[in-house]
Design a protein around this ligand. Structure first.
Ligand SMILES: [Mn+2]
Length: 356
């Protein structure tokens, strides 16, 4: 079990606190200040690893190295950025990284309409209301999200991406879904052979939310699209971050079956496990991890991973903000720690029931 943590003072949660969560042995982290498209230098990665190891935690997972927009757009300049991406992989391998989470969402990364929506228990959560999101254009969306970020960076919402947002949206709206798939395949064909050489499992994160928005192409949204994705480059190093909260926002996604199919193929390298409370097929709140608090059957989800021989990394995903905590949205200590304990409890019970 690992835990997401942001370095350089960009996180209210400390490594020392994470070390005290029972069963958590490592960190998924990133260098959010490196501009998208540039190489992550070894002289930044070595001290990062040292800091985490000195706290008694491992670092084998990076979340995320974001992909330059020119690669996603398929521009002639993409080869330069692909070279940089591969250099970053080489540097990550040198510090012992085994798994790299990334996404291929155009222009706008994950989207929520409210980063601190109140629940009846007095906690707050990130929530998504489709009509509200559609009322804003993406630039206003970005403003609204930043104004609620409590001064923390928002992963995937790098400032340099925002400047070009309006022009980028026009570009993608004229790109066919087929062309966008082809751009993803070009990325995979360039990068996966190097990932194999360096022993780094590539793990794409689903689109969040998993449906079209602002006329932008969305790829990693459901079982059919994931099958297509995996067939683009047939290698175990071309795999998935299976995020139950992202995929679970769409009630049509049958998560246990989806988990079983791709885990049994050895293509799931990283599991983000969280629950979600739906209010319609396009509206949802994030919620506590427990099955009883949302619409996902967390026992069936964890059992699907266990039954299919999952041996990748697991982390609790976004939590509520509880007990007066002030933290980056979705990434407080307390509710994610409760989530970790709950998931480890389910895992232990499932494992022991099989042996008795
Ligand atoms: Mn996730």
């Amino acid at each position: 079990m690992i835990f997401r943590w942001f370095p350089g003072g960009d996180d209210s949660v400390t490594l020392e606190q994470i070390k005290q969560i029972p069963g958590v042995s490592g960190i998924a982290t990133c260098l959010p200040d490196i501009p998208v498209g540039e190489v992550w230098p070894l002289e930044r990665l070595v001290p990062l690893k040292k800091e985490i190891n000195q706290a008694g935690l491992e670092v084998e997972v990076i979340e995320s190295v974001n992909i330059h927009e020119d690669i996603k757009k398929g521009l002639p300049t993409r080869d330069r950025y692909l070279e940089n991406y591969i250099k970053t992989l080489a540097n990550l391998a040198q510090i012992g990284i085994k798994c790299l989470c990334y996404n291929f969402m155009p222009v706008v990364d994950w989207v929520r309409s409210d980063l601190a929506a109140p629940l009846s228990d007095g906690s707050t959560v990130m929530s998504y209301r489709h009509a509200q999101v559609l009322k804003l254009n993406p630039a206003k969306m970005a403003d609204a999200m930043f104004s609620q970020a409590r001064g923390y960076s928002l992963p995937g919402w790098e400032p340099q991406r925002l400047a070009a947002m309006a022009a980028d949206i026009d570009f993608y709206q004229s790109l066919t879904l087929e062309a966008y798939w082809a751009n993803l395949k070009y990325f995979l064909d360039a990068v996966i052979p190097h990932a194999e050489k360096y022993g780094i499992k590539m793990a794409i994160h689903p689109d969040d939310p998993p449906w079209p928005l602002y006329g932008l192409p969305k790829l990693i949204t459901d079982v059919d699209h994931i099958r297509t994705f995996l067939s683009l480059h047939d290698s175990v190093y071309n795999g998935l971050t299976l995020c139950t909260g992202s995929l679970g926002a769409n009630p049509d996604n049958e998560l246990p079956a989806l988990i079983r199919e791709f885990t049994a193929q050895g293509r799931v390298h990283f599991a983000h496990i969280r629950n979600v409370k739906r209010h319609s097929s396009r509206d949802f709140d994030e919620c506590a991890h427990l099955s009883s608090h949302g619409d996902l059957d967390m026992f069936a989800i964890v059992k699907a991973f266990h039954d299919s021989g999952f041996n990748g990394y697991i982390r609790p995903d976004h939590g509520r903000m509880i007990w007066g905590e002030k933290a980056r949205p979705g990434y407080g200590l307390y509710d994610r720690a409760l989530g970790a304990s709950y998931l480890l409890g389910l895992w232990e019970a499932i494992a022991k029931m099989k042996h008795n």
